[in-house]
Design a protein around this ligand. Sequence first.
Ligand SMILES: Cc1cc2nc3c(=O)[nH]c(=O)nc-3n(C[C@H](O)[C@H](O)[C@H](O)COP(=O)(O)OP(=O)(O)OC[C@H]3O[C@@H](n4cnc5c(N)ncnc54)[C@H](O)[C@@H]3O)c2cc1C
Length: 384
Amino acid sequence: MPQTVIILGGGIIGLSCAFEAARRGMLVTLIEPHGLGGQASGAAAGMLAPYSENTEQPDDFFHLCLSSLQSYPEWIKAVEDGSGMSAEWVQSGSVNVFMHEADVLPIQSRLDWQNRWGAEAQLIDAAQLRKLEPMIAPSAVAGVFTPKESHVYAPKLVTSLESACRKLGVRILEHAGQIEDVLVHQSGGVSVRAQALKSLVHADRLVVCAGAWSGAYEKWFGLSIPIHPIRGQICSFGHDAAEVRHMVFSSQAYWVGKNNARLVCGASEDVSGFETSVTERGIGRLIRSSSRLFPFLVGRQTAHRWAGLRPATKDGQPLLGQIAGMPSVIMASGHYRNGILLSPITALLTADILEGKEAKPSISRFAPDRFTAAANRGMARALR
Ligand SMILES: Cc1cc2nc3c(=O)[nH]c(=O)nc-3n(C[C@H](O)[C@H](O)[C@H](O)COP(=O)(O)OP(=O)(O)OC[C@H]3O[C@@H](n4cnc5c(N)ncnc54)[C@H](O)[C@@H]3O)c2cc1C
């Protein structure tokens, strides 16, 4: 009998885990309380940028991001072949822009280690920068060009994954309502009750991919799951592809040109609970940064404004792996700013765990109980 798996959450992480598990022959049921891709995954800019996102050191998190980037070509092909739909993966490269000479001084040591890990990045002067991005403000003094970074159109990747999952026979229970109960049976197996589903859903294993809502599972797993929502406000302008050719990062914001003639500019990082509205203050800051770096945008109206909730853990790194003492439950949550980038590696590692294989690269650093263990250590110290 093939293994049966319940995936909880229908964002990019849940859909990717469902796709990979189904590709490996497992019988998968995905339960989504609302609509698929309706949260962070549908809001994301879709950048696959492990070098721009990790500027300090090649730690375990950087290696996880890099492995995921390296998995992308095969992954996108599998998803697009499986669905017959494009996810608009654009291998644009990225440009990090500097406005002050002082910002350039520390860059060489970053380039040294990043190039040891395949970035092929170069420091470029103002003239080279303008060759790559002719519309950039004259005040920009230098940049780093990283050709290996790319982007997808996140809503299309979500739709493409959904279609590929359905074709593989994944049972998708959308608009299932609130998850009311999770039972992890001593004898093995799990059961889930959702408000709008008539009966309990049973399976051998459970994968929690509930993004910013994953903290709700603390009560069922007896685990500290410190995941909180960090709102990202983001907007787009009408755009001609020749105006901004690469992904561009400044210290204030980023810009990504999409195939649908939109230039996406993001994103704020603010704490607003589970609120997903946009504010004049949040979007206004993006508009001002856009006009400063790209003078052609002065006076251009935004075409669209939206927001999503990044699932942030206390240390900014995901919870990935089996829960200690509860081998039928796997967490794949808390991908914060990098869930689109990390979706293939998360799915591949989760499927390896489901198959009982050793996860490579090692994910012990991302153990889901690391905050519980830390809290217990703190309590033991307090009792001494
Ligand atoms: C503005 C913005 C820009 C971003 N840009 C990028 C980028 O360029 N590159 C990148 O890699 N990442 C980016 N991110 C981060 C990325 O979007 C997230 O890390 C990623 O989408 C997380 O995916 P997820 O499936 O875990 O969460 P989500 O997409 O939020 O999905 C979680 C799902 O769980 C469901 N759910 C709610 N409650 C429960 C429950 N109790 N049980 C089960 N399911 C539940 C929700 O309805 C939702 O559908 C960005 C995020 C934002 C907000």
